[in-house]
Design a binder for this molecule. Structure first.
Ligand SMILES: Cc1cc2nc3c(=O)[nH]c(=O)nc-3n(C[C@H](O)[C@H](O)[C@H](O)COP(=O)(O)OP(=O)(O)OC[C@H]3O[C@@H](n4cnc5c(N)ncnc54)[C@H](O)[C@@H]3O)c2cc1C
Length: 251
């Protein structure tokens, strides 16, 4: 596909290698968006995938499969298609916020780095996979202890919440991490707003692929950010997901 076939695409202006498996793609088009909202990213000739905005003109991508691999292989001046922004974003109604980023899940939280009401915890498997920790004052933990505390983010969150200083926990990361973090929030009786991921095709509530059991809450249209009330209702949260064909697979 060349530029003539695809005049509405936006040009990539910069690509940054953030970790061995994560790159940030900066593009020309700028979005007026709420942190936590996402865009549908079309890679001409391949597929269209949801990606959270990590700034008004960037997405931060982990290389996990065919489309993300193609995005990683792109160069400045290549073109991608973008539509959005979609979804609700974080409400941020409360004032004293603990933000917890796990792995590349820190990407949708990045637009909140300037917010001074937020205390940060960022974790990853090892120090190479820590994302954006150089850009912000944050507590750090790694599974292998190669940087920061050798612990899961839930251990640090539990300790922070015990201080009684917070009234909201926002997070994004692997769903198993989110499930365990939610248990910690419930134990401390603190509201949660977590950004969830499911396969989706349309991005705005038509295809129904991302509807979650048993309520049919749609990650694309009703989410991707779910609050405590919603999380309590979603029986598939932390348990199972659906693959491209819609078949149930355990997490
Ligand atoms: C609202 C939303 C925001 C997202 N934001 C980001 C982001 O900021 N950065 C980022 O790197 N990724 C993000 N994702 C996930 C991203 O969309 C998938 O990684 C991508 O679609 C994978 O496409 P692929 O063709 O490379 O891999 P595929 O070949 O489709 O999949 C490779 C593996 O990745 C997993 N996977 C793929 N898509 C999803 C999905 N939607 N949910 C859960 N697991 C999936 C599956 O385990 C699969 O086996 C987001 C997803 C959603 C729903």
């Amino acid at each position: 596909m060349n530029e003539q076939d695809y005049p509405q695409g936006t040009k990539i202006i910069e690509i940054k290698q953030e970790t061995p498996t994560v790159k940030t793609v900066v593009f020309q088009r700028e979005f007026n968006f709420k942190p936590g909202q996402f865009v549908m990213v079309w890679v001409p000739g391949l597929d269209e995938v949801p990606m959270s905005l990590s700034s008004k003109n960037s997405i931060t991508i982990k290389d996990v499969g065919e489309t993300t691999h193609a995005l990683h292989a792109m160069k400045p001046s290549d073109k991608i298609g973008l539509r959005g922004p979609y979804g609700n974003g974080f409400s941020l109604k409360e004032k004293n916020i603990l933000a917890v980023g796990g792995g590349f899940g820190t990407a949708p939280l990045k637009p909140l780095f300037k917010n001074t009401n937020i205390k940060w915890i960022i974790g990853a498997r090892n120090k190479e996979e820590l994302l954006f920790t150089e850009e912000i004052d944050t507590l750090i933990c790694t599974d292998d202890g190669s940087k920061g505390e050798k612990a899961f983010v839930t251990v640090l969150a539990d300790r922070e919440l015990a201080t009684g200083k917070y009234d909201l926990v926002i997070s994004c990361g692997p769903e198993i991490m989110l499930k365990n973090l939610f248990k910690v929030c419930e134990q401390h009786n603190i509201n949660a707003e977590f950004s969830l991921e499911r396969y989706m095709k349309c991005g705005f509530g038509i295809c129904g692929h991302c509807a979650m059991d048993p309520t049919g809450w749609m990650v694309c249209k009703d989410g991707p950010v779910a609050n405590s009330k919603i999380l309590r209702e979603l029986k598939e949260f932390g348990e199972y997901t659906r693959d491209k064909k819609g078949e149930v697979t355990s997490l």
